[in-house]
Write a protein that binds this ligand. Structure first.
Ligand SMILES: [Zn+2]
Length: 219
């Protein structure tokens, strides 16, 4: 059975898109990509929302000033030509541990996929985060293999974004499994002694997309 869109949870999950963006900080700038997975209306909406944001905040360095118009045009174009791409969706989900028919979902593979997606979400793969993910993963999941996680982190572009992935996992996992992977992400984020604002915001999005029972998590 095909998965449903992680955003609306109604229409079929049939496409994904990668969108480059630039943010300037006076003399420095940052280029990154955002990934969206879902039904076409939801992905298109996410792309145009991102383009709108870039139109406001994508200008604040000389380089960003030069690059941003191209990225804005690309974003509008990308949103306009969005077509179904079930093969790419299947590939991204399989990479994250979800076989096409949901047969034999293995919680350890899900943990690798979600942890790798979260570690790669900010565009940089930090060694401390990776070693924390390995250390904590080995204590939480039976049969956890560091190599499997490291393999995923070698090609983070193949993974879906963690929030979209969480929305799909909500359809597949039972409550204890959802809680187990969420606790894992929480532990990785807190491994360096503090959870940054970005990490907290990401955890909050993942939590809500997993549709976890709020009382279970507060415990
Ligand atoms: Zn949707």
């Amino acid at each position: 059975m095909p998965h449903r869109c992680p955003t609306c949870q109604e229409r079929e999950l049939d496409t994904l898109a990668t969108l480059p963006y630039v943010r300037g900080f006076l003399i420095a700038y940052q280029i990154g990509t955002k990934k969206f997975i879902g039904c076409r209306p939801c992905v298109r909406k996410s792309i145009f929302k991102e383009v709108g944001l870039s139109a406001v905040v994508g200008w604040f360095s000389i380089t960003a000033l030069i690059i941003n118009p191209f990225l804005l045009v690309y974003g509008v174009f990308r949103g306009a030509v969005l077509s179904p791409d079930p093969a790419a969706v299947r590939k991204a989900l399989a990479e994250a541990g979800l076989p096409p028919d949901d047969a034999g979902v293995d919680i350890v593979h899900i943990a690798y996929g979600l942890a790798a997606a979260m570690i790669a979400a900010d565009g940089k793969i930090e060694r401390d985060e990776v070693s924390a993910a390995i250390r904590i993963g080995a204590t939480l999941f039976e049969g956890f293999e560091a190599d499997a996680l490291l393999r995923l982190l070698q090609r983070p572009k193949d993974l879906p974004d963690p929030v979209g992935l969480a929305g799909v996992l909500a359809q597949v996992l039972d409550e204890p499994q959802k809680l187990a992977v969420y606790r894992y992400l929480e532990a990785i984020a807190g491994a360096d002694g503090e959870v940054s604002a970005d990490e907290a915001a990401l955890l909050q999005c993942v939590h809500s997309r997993l549709a976890l029972d709020p009382q279970l998590v507060a415990a």
